[in-house]
Write a protein that binds this ligand. Structure first.
Ligand SMILES: NC(=O)c1ccc[n+]([C@@H]2O[C@H](COP(=O)([O-])OP(=O)(O)OC[C@H]3O[C@@H](n4cnc5c(N)ncnc54)[C@H](OP(=O)(O)O)[C@@H]3O)[C@@H](O)[C@H]2O)c1
Length: 250
C-alpha cells in the first residue's frame, strides 16, 4: 500500500485505531479523526509520521470539509474512506426519544453519506473504495437495541445502492459486519460499568460458533481486505466468529 492514502473516521480507538495501524504497517498514508483530540493525537504519535490526526466531528459540515482537505493534502489524494466513526443508542420502544433517534442517525448514517459525497471525486480519480461498518445487530435481534440496529441496517442498504451507483466510476463500496468486539463504544454510551460489560461479553461468547468474542484487529483485517479487493463491491462481509449463524444448542 506504499503511496496509497486512506481516511479512517473514528481512528482514535477500537476498530478504527486497529485499521489505521494495519494500513500504516502496509506502508500507506493514513488520516484519522475523532472528537477527542488527545485520543487521536496519541494514536498518531504511536503510528508515526505517515499518520495524521485531525480533530473533527463528522456530523459537522465544516469539520468534514476540513478533514477531507487535510486527508487529500497528507496523502496526495485518496484511495479509500473507512467510515467507521459510530455511537450506540439503545432504548426500549416505550422510551424512544426523538432527539436521540435523530442524533444517532445523524452520527451513524448521515455523516457517512455526506462524507462519501465529498470524497467520491478523489476516489474516482484513483479507483478507490469506501468501507462502512454494519453490525451483528442486523443479523440477530437484541431487544432494546432497535435505534442502533436501525442505523446499521440503513448503512448496509446504503452500501448496496451506493455500490450500484458508483460502479460506473469504478468506485467500490463495501460493508463489514462485525460481531461482538470489546471496545469503548458501550462504555461511551453509558451502558453499564466495565465489569458489567465484561460479564455480558463473557455470556455472549458461547453463542459464537468459534466460542469467543473478537478483537479489533480481526475486524480491521477484513476492512483492509475489502479496501484492496478490486472486484468486490456491494459486499456485506460478516466478521463475527459465527455469532450471526444463530447457533442453537439442542
Ligand atoms: N465493538 C463492537 O462490538 C462493534 C460491533 C459492530 C459494529 N461496530 C461498529 O464499529 C465502529 C467502530 O466502533 P468501535 O467498536 O471501535 O468503538 P469505539 O472504540 O468507541 O470507536 C468509535 C470511534 O468513533 C469516534 N466517533 C464517534 N462519534 C464521532 C463523531 N461524531 N465524529 C468523529 N468521530 C466520532 C469515537 O471518538 P470520539 O468519541 O473521540 O469522537 C471513537 O474513537 C462503529 O461504527 C460501531 O458501530 C462495533
Amino acid at each position: 500500500m506504499k503511496g496509497q492514502s486512506y481516511l479512517v473516521t473514528g481512528g482514535g480507538s477500537g476498530i478504527g485505531e486497529a485499521t489505521a495501524e494495519q494500513l500504516i504497517a502496509l506502508g500507506a498514508h493514513v488520516t484519522i479523526c475523532g472528537r477527542r483530540a488527545e485520543n487521536i493525537t496519541q494514536v498518531a504519535a504511536r503510528l508515526g509520521d505517515r499518520c495524521l490526526a485531525v480533530t473533527a466531528d463528522v456530523t459537522q459540515a465544516e469539520d468534514r470539509a476540513d478533514l477531507v482537505y487535510q486527508a487529500l493534502a497528507h496523502g496526495g489524494g485518496l484511495d479509500g474512506l473507512v467510515s467507521n466513526a459510530g455511537n450506540m443508542y439503545r432504548a426500549p420502544i416505550a422510551e424512544f426519544d426523538q432527539d436521540r433517534l435523530l442524533d444517532i442517525f445523524n452520527h451513524n448514517v448521515i455523516s457517512g453519506m455526506m462524507l462519501s459525497q465529498l470524497v467520491v471525486p478523489a476516489l474516482a480519480a484513483r479507483q478507490g473504495s469506501i468501507v462502512f461498518l454494519g453490525s451483528i445487530h442486523t443479523r440477530r435481534a437484541f431487544p432494546g437495541a432497535a435505534p442502533y440496529a436501525a442505523t446499521k441496517a440503513a448503512l448496509q442498504t446504503l452500501t448496496q445502492v451506493m455500490a450500484a451507483e458508483l460502479g460506473a466510476q469504478k468506485v467500490r463500496v463495501n460493508c463489514v459486519i462485525p460481531g461482538a468486539v470489546m471496545t469503548q463504544i458501550n462504555d461511551r454510551a453509558g451502558l453499564g460499568s466495565t465489569e458489567d460489560l465484561a460479564i455480558r461479553m463473557t455470556a455472549i461468547a458461547p453463542m459464537h460458533a468459534l466460542g469467543r468474542i473478537g478483537q479489533p484487529m480481526e475486524v480491521a483485517e477484513a476492512i483492509v481486505f475489502l479496501l484492496q479487493s478490486n472486484w468486490t463491491t456491494g459486499a456485506l462481509f460478516d466478521v463475527d466468529g459465527g455469532l450471526g449463524l444463530g447457533l442453537t444448542a439442542l
